[in-house]
Design a protein around this ligand. Sequence first.
Ligand SMILES: Nc1nc2c(ncn2[C@@H]2O[C@H](COP(=O)(O)OP(=O)(O)OP(=O)(O)O)[C@@H](O)[C@H]2O)c(=O)[nH]1
Ligand SMILES: [Mg+2]
Length: 280
Amino acid sequence: MVDYNEQIRQLEEELRKTKYNKRTQHHIGLVKAKIARLKEKQETRRRAAKKGEGYAVKRSGDATVLILGFPSVGKSTLLNALTNAKSDIGHYAFTTLKVIPGTLMYNYAKIQLLDVPGIVKGASDGTGRGKEVLSVMRNADMALILVEVNHPGHLPVILEEVYNTNIRLNQHRPDVRIRKTARDGIRIGRTVRTIMRDETIKGILKEFKINNAEVLIREKINEDQLIDIIEDNKVYMPAISVITKADLVSKEKAEESLTDLVLSGFILRNLVKMQIWLNP
Ligand SMILES: Nc1nc2c(ncn2[C@@H]2O[C@H](COP(=O)(O)OP(=O)(O)OP(=O)(O)O)[C@@H](O)[C@H]2O)c(=O)[nH]1
Ligand SMILES: [Mg+2]
């Protein structure tokens, strides 16, 4: 059997070594498309091997919000504080082992909050209950990402796992249409300029075996977003990051942690920040 992992690893290594600039942009686009293709194949193989994975939860109310975070960040504590639920709280990791729902009434809206097991690095590959948790997340309308005040570095780790699960936070589906056609090659129409050249767009599409199509680009996109549109299996949802255990540090330290969070990743620029002071 072909070892997709090894192929992906080599291509990712190549990406890491290649600096992004005008000259390399085309090549990087194609490598990214190759990686995405291999990951698709790997996922198909995994699914075939492992059926019936994941635990479902019945959605209720007007919207569902999933509480995501490392173990012991205070997810269950927050759920219990905001809703009528009684999720177990423990000072050890992995206290919560399944999905615990609670209902928050806000004005006249009924918001379902879901407490889930903690996730760690590798969650999207199945470490811990990562896969199950992230598959529940795909059906939520929003994510509340909890980060302990002393571990702001956990946020980028979580964001990466979420990204690897084909969930895009605080982004909308780019306004790009791809219509497959029977012949005439790839024709590209655009209402905006993109950094990506036609040659790169065509190369990426061909990587996905699309040789004939009409592409209409109505928004500035990069190669990652183009791949997202081609794969068409992404879920887009808003997210808020929340700092927990702020009571353990001084107000200045908490502020500093917030700044770290904002600086730690490009997605974060859009994340609404919120501090929750709880007395557990
Ligand atoms: N000081 C302080 N402790 C907190 C806060 N929130 C939670 N804790 C404590 O942190 C520990 C873990 O809390 P949980 O709510 O069980 O954490 P969790 O994220 O649900 O953990 P897992 O289910 O294991 O993933 C408990 O001992 C809580 O009492 C907080 O805001 N401040
Ligand atoms: Mg818990």
